[in-house]
Every structure is written in C-alpha cells, then in structure tokens.
Design a protein around this ligand. Structure first.
Ligand code: HPA
Length: 279
C-alpha cells in the first residue's frame, strides 16, 4: 500500500461495512477467525449470508489453497456472529494494514468480542501434537511491520495501546471451566508470531523457546493488536500441529500439520461453541 493513508482506510472500512450490511440482516457482536484446517466451526453456524472475499469492496484476496476465503454471517448458539473462513497472512504479500483490515470491518459491524484460532508449532516440551493451547500472551517483536504504524486516527483507539492483558482473563477462565465440563484438556501459553512462510530452524526454535514462547505461528498477533486497540475482548487458541523441540525435530510435513489440525478440530469446535453460548 504505497502512500498508505488512514483517511482512505477509514473510507474503505466504511464502504466494506456498508456493503456487508446491505447483504445481511445479521448484526454481529461476536467475530470469529478460523485458522488453517480449523474450519469445522463454520459447520455449526446457522448461516444467513455468505460473502466470498472477492465480492466485498477493499477486502484483500486470500491465496492459501486450504483457505476458502469467505465471510459468513449468521448465528452460533443463538448469538449473531461474523466468521472469517480464511484469513490474510503477511507472507502472502499483504501489508499489515491489509492483513488486519477485516478486523477493523468487524468492529465497524458491531463486533466487540473476537475469537481467533490458528495452527502453531509447539515448543513447550509438555505439549503434544493436536493439543489446544489457550493463548494467554504473545510476542510480536519479530514481525517486520506493525499494523498500527503510520498516521494515527483517534477513532481506532489509543496511539500507544496498553498491551498488559490483550487476552481477556475472564474468557480464559471461562474456557478452562467449560473445557473441564466437556472433558477437553487445555494447555496455556505464549504465542510468538513470525512471518514465515518457511518454518524455523532448530536454532530459531531454541531462541524462541528461550525468549519465553510456548508456540510459534504465522498469524493472529497483528489481528489481536488491532482488535485490542479498538477495545475488543479477545480469546485465542492455538492448535499444536507439530512439535518443535530442536533435539528431536522432524522434517516439517504440511500434510501432517493439516491432519493434526483436523484431529483437534472437534475439540476446538465444541469449546468455541460453548464459549459463544456464554457470551
Ligand atoms: N512454525 C511456524 N508456524 C507454524 C508451525 C511452526 O512450526 N507449525 C504450524 N504453524
């Protein structure tokens, strides 16, 4: 986005929002971003409106083949939701402003609670493949761009947003209670975001672990920064799709990663649905 201009961005957000509102009667208060291989929750949504991203003004186009790239509006557990089936990644060539554009549109639509999921590599040796990790904090500092840089528009929130607690502690507690009722075990930890698309070297995993991260992935953090700046309550879950312990590291196999996400999918779907029920 050369010559990127916030006023233009505001107009683009408004145009996208007006278009979506013209296509649906749903007034979502909850937004959900479904990560790689985690699409099953969409099957639980009573869908009123499906909008392929390419039909929405100013939406970037999703290019990753296993992302179907649609905005769904409907109800989940009786609550009005908007669901991003497929997200935008920095490694696809978008700017961070483009990656997070849909989050700003969700806010303009009325979303005040954001649920995000992703596939991540597990670096905490207590984790195992297909575990769910509730994100209780993150590390953004390795990303080469930040979605909040540039001219500041006060309607978006603070110029210098506090990040002492971006992931809502009440939602985290609630999720652990619900998981217990559902018989689902949950891990909890710090997610570090990298751009990818290459996976990490052993030396990089060792470094990330020493820096305090439990899981690593290529998404989520830019979306959370923007959502938190706008005052949304945020709940995030990583599905541990591969273990990234330097001493025992195996060659990455994307098919295996997708399959591991598939194994975790029913647990994540049940948990998210229950959580939405309580909102
Ligand atoms: N690194 C980065 N992103 C990932 C990984 C990983 O090991 N696994 C799944 N997404």
């Amino acid at each position: 986005m050369p010559g990127f201009c916030v006023n233009t961005m505001l107009e683009q957000i408004q145009e996208a929002t007006r278009y979506i509102q013209s296509q649906t009667t749903v007034q979502p208060t909850i937004g959900i971003i479904l990560g790689t291989g985690l699409g099953a929750l969409a099957g639980e949504v009573v869908i009123e409106t499906t909008l392929p991203y390419e039909t929405i003004p100013h939406f970037p186009l999703s290019t990753v083949e296993f992302h179907s790239g649609k905005l769904l509006l409907g109800t989940l557990a009786g609550k009005p939701v908007v669901v991003m089936q497929g997200r935008f990644h920095f490694y696809e060539g978008y700017t961070m402003q483009q990656v997070t554009f849909p989050v700003r549109v969700m806010h303009a639509l009325g979303v005040r609670t954001l649920l995000v999921s992703n596939a991540a590599g597990g670096m905490n040796p207590a984790f195992k493949v297909s575990d769910l990790m509730v994100i209780d904090d993150h590390i953004s500092l390795l990303l080469p761009q930040n979605p909040l840089t540039g001219k500041h528009l006060p309607v978006f929130g603070d110029r210098f947003p506090d990040m002492s607690e971006p992931y809502d502690p009440m939602l985290i507690r609630q999720a652990f209670d619900l998981a217990q009722d559902l018989g689902i075990s949950l891990q909890r930890g710090v997610y570090v975001s990298v751009t990818g698309p290459q996976l990490e070297t052993k030396a990089e995993y060792r470094m990330l672990r020493q820096w305090g991260a439990d899981a690593v992935g290529m998404s989520t953090v830019p979306e959370v920064i923007v959502a938190h700046q706008m005052g949304m309550r945020i709940f995030g879950v990583s599905v541990i799709t591969d273990m990234c312990i330097p001493e025992t590291l195996e060659k990455a196999d994307i098919a295996k990663i997708i399959a591991a996400a598939g194994v975790a999918e029913p647990k994540l779907t049940a948990l998210m649905k229950k959580l939405v029920e309580t909102l």
